[in-house]
Structure formats: structure tokens, C-alpha cells
Design a protein. Structure first.
Length: 178
């Protein structure tokens, strides 16, 4: 399926940012990173919501099922605090989990901070959509995406999603030689 513009959901999960206490730098960092990576046409579906599990689940379902996003990237709500429920919401809406994403992101983040082991971020599949949880800090977002994104276009290929092309001087997607 080669549609004209891939839809990608960007979901910032933050009580304080959604209340206007501070600017959502994390969501902006994801959009900037995807703009760096992708050479194909794509359209962000951006949402900024509080740390409420039913609302996170509803937002993920809406982006996957109604908006038709091939990829949803969340930021925030992956730590051990009581309000951090993004991984639970992700697992609740996914058909199958993709634990390799969380494993790789944590091992990448551990090169920078010992507290990376406190991150519970994960990834999963809902229908033909890949959902990836990222940490909340903008710098960590880029580190984690740099680590996992080379596998993302092929994952989307395998789910019959749009063919994502990348700026290969920045990030090289891995697709097996057929």
C-alpha cells in the first residue's frame, strides 16, 4: 500500500503540559526527529493529553482505528510514578506486544543514565499500527528513536502499511534483501 501521505500519531501524555503548566517540548522533539528521518510525505496527528489510562487508551484507539495511523509514538508516563500508566494503556489496546523495542531503548538509555532501568516503555501492534512508547525527556526521545527507528519501516511493511522512506544520511532503515 503506497498511499500519498503516511499518518503518524504523536501523543504526549503529561498532566502538567496538558494543563498548560509548561510547553510540550517532547511532542515537538518527536515531530522534529521524524521530519529529520523521513523523506516521504507524512502527516502528524498530534494529541496532548493528561495521564489518565482510559483517555490514553481511547486516544490510541482513535489514532489507529479512525485516523488510520501506521505508527503512533507516545512520550511520557513510562516511569514508576503512580500516574505513569502509558505502558498499561498501550498493552490494553494492543493485539500483540513487541518487547524488543523497550529492551533496546532501555539498553541505549543506560549508556547515558543509570535510571533508564526505571523506564517501563514498551511497544505493540494494534491492527496494522505500530505503537511505540518513548520516555518524556526530549534528549532521551532522540536517543531512543535513533536506536529503534531503523527497524520501524520494515515492521510497517510487514503490516501492509505505507512504504516509509528515510533520509539515509541521517537514519538508514533496514529492509532484508529480497
Amino acid at each position: 500500500m503506497h498511499n500519498s501521505s503516511a499518518k503518524i500519531g504523536i501523543v504526549t501524555v503529561s498532566d502538567r503540559a496538558s494543563a498548560g503548566v509548561y510547553d510540550d517540548l517532547s511532542g515537538k522533539a518527536i515531530i522534529a526527529t521524524l521530519n529529520d528521518y523521513l523523506s516521504c510525505s507524512w502527516q502528524p496527528e498530534y494529541r496532548l493529553i493528561p495521564d489518565e489510562q482510559p483517555l490514553i487508551e481511547q486516544t490510541l484507539r482513535e489514532l489507529a482505528d479512525i485516523q488510520g495511523c501506521c505508527l503512533i509514538v507516545t512520550t511520557g508516563g513510562t516511569g514508576p510514578a503512580k500516574r505513569d500508566v502509558t505502558p498499561e494503556a498501550t498493552e490494553a489496546v494492543c493485539d500483540r506486544m513487541m518487547p524488543g523495542f523497550g529492551e533496546l531503548m532501555r539498553s541505549e538509555s543506560l549508556k547515558y543514565v543509570p535510571t533508564a532501568i526505571l523506564s517501563r516503555q514498551t511497544a505493540g501492534l494494534r491492527g496494522s499500527c505500530l505503537i511505540i512508547n518513548l520516555p518524556g525527556k526530549p534528549k532521551a526521545i532522540r536517543q531512543c528513536l535513533d536506536a529503534v527507528f531503523p527497524a520501524v519501516p520494515y515492521c510497517i511493511d510487514l503490516m501492509d502499511g505505507p512504504y516509509l522512506t528515510c533520509n539515509e544520511n541521517i537514519i538508514v532503515p533496514f529492509r532484508p534483501k529480497s
